[in-house]
Design a binder for this molecule. Structure first.
Ligand SMILES: CC1=C(CCC(=O)O)c2cc3nc(cc4[nH]c(cc5[nH]c(cc1n2)c(C)c5CCC(=O)O)c(CCC(=O)O)c4C)C(CCC(=O)O)=C3C
Ligand SMILES: [Fe+2]
Length: 387
């Protein structure tokens, strides 16, 4: 990120010693805390069902699907990996901001389970915070991955306000094309592809994977009347960057597709396709031997990754005689964490009224703040951090 003041700042005048506004010594000014906002998951078997009821309240998910998903959690001792991953990201981001002279608290708050978002904000307020900047653990635009979090922020800030605690909450921009995320993902995919024996490359395919969403959610994703920046399009753009990086590393291109995992909802409701398992069957039919699976839609190895990819899709591949090579998620990769710190400090600079240059690959950043109507849900609910 490069920044320049909107108006030339006055420097210290050595003749009379008066000083105008100076560059803040803390690059995170005006923020006094960072919230890492995540999905949340259960940490013990008795929390699994209440968690699933919380996630699916009023969403028409069939009971059979809930039983199946519940079993994924019970198979792992009733503990989701997602909160531990969130805490690891919090620690890494805190350290990285500290290295840049931004000494401020960083906390985890979840939409669906403890540590709950409203408790996280209350604890920040109790500690003296009055203006908080949020990093969501999803890089992409859609109701589920962006706007619903903004609605959760609105509800939580209202609830605190009702207790007499005023808090201003901002959020970093959608970061699907931010180099800290996009280039790190691409580099990890290239590392995995480069580990394959040369002789299998002619029969190797690249499969980019993200979370499926209902078609209505795809259609409302991104700013209204801007169909070229939808959820799917953001993934296609990242997939193209990954493919180019892989080709550069291998010296040959790997043909690729974008596939989806973790579909839920009633079968009558259309969701984004193809499903990764069906796609693997198609590839096996075409004589493919090896598949590099890049989970570009996820920032860490949470349940969808360790179950839907590493367990289910891996079993599908094995049954089809395909070798599956799973690319790591960005997790707490130093370049990803540095990118999140850049985004926090970029938002701080914008909040100070500075003009910032927003890094993006390909160049031409997505919007700074979500406009009104961005990623609309089925009902019109108040959301923070938008126009
Ligand atoms: C786009 C997207 C992301 C990525 C962005 C982001 O990270 O936010 C995401 C993440 C996650 N989803 C998660 C878990 C679940 N998602 C469900 C259901 C749903 N997800 C949806 C979409 C997304 N989900 C949708 C459209 C539904 C249907 C119900 C609805 O319209 O809301 C259900 C209900 C059962 C089922 O149907 O599968 C569960 C248990 C966990 C925690 C994993 C862990 O514990 O490690 C995480 C990180
Ligand atoms: Fe989900």
């Amino acid at each position: 990120m490069t920044t320049r003041p909107e108006q030339a700042r006055e420097d210290v005048d050595p003749s009379d010693g008066t000083r105008g506004p100076s560059v803040p010594s803390d690059p995170s000014d005006p923020y006094d805390a960072v919230l890492v906002l995540s999905f949340g998951g259960p940490e013990r078997p008795e929390d699994v069902l209440p968690f699933l009821r919380q996630v699916t309240a009023g969403r028409g998910i069939p009971d059979e699907r809930l039983a199946v998903v519940g079993q994924h959690y019970y198979d792992r001792g009733g503990r989701s990996p997602v909160n531990d991953l969130g805490r690891a990201l919090v620690a890494a981001l805190h350290d990285e901001l500290g290295r840049r002279g931004a000494e401020l608290p960083v906390v985890l708050g979840n939409r669906n389970w403890s540590p709950w978002l409203d408790d996280a904000l209350r604890s920040l307020h109790d500690g003296g915070a009055r203006r908080v900047v949020t990093v969501v653990t999803s890089a992409f635009s859609s109701y589920s991955s962006c706007r619903q979090y903004r609605e959760n922020l609105s509800d939580a800030v209202d609830a605190l306000g009702a207790e007499g605690h005023e808090l201003v909450v901002d959020k970093v921009r959608v970061y699907a094309t931010h180099p800290g995320f996009a280039r790190t993902m691409a580099g990890l995919a290239a590392d995995t592809a480069a580990g394959l024996p040369r002789e299998v490359l002619p029969s190797t395919r690249m499969v980019h994977v993200t979370h499926s969403i209902p078609l209505w959610m795809q259609e409302s994703s991104g700013p209204k009347d801007a169909p070229d920046v939808s959820y799917r399009h953001q993934h296609e753009q990242l997939a193209a960057l990954v493919d180019a990086t892989v080709e550069q590393r291998l010296g040959v291109p790997l043909p690729s597709t974008l596939a989806y995992c973790s579909r839920s909802g009633p079968p009558s409701q259309p969701w984004l396709e193809p499903d990764i398992n069906e796609h693997l069957a198609d590839l096996a039919g075409e004589g493919v031997s090896d598949v590099v699976v890049a989970p570009i839609g996820f920032v860490s190895d949470h349940m969808e990754v360790v179950y839907d990819l590493d367990t289910e899709a891996a079993a599908t591949a094995a049954a089809l005689g395909l070798r599956l090579h799973r690319v790591p998620t960005v997790g707490t990769h130093p370049d990803f964490v540095a990118g999140l710190a850049d985004l926090v400090l970029e938002r701080a600079a914008e909040a100070r009224g500075e003009v910032v240059e927003r890094a993006a690959v390909p160049p031409g950043a997505l919007w700074s703040t979500c406009p009104a109507g961005c990623c609309a849900g089925r009902e019109d609910r108040p959301a923070l951090c938008g126009g």
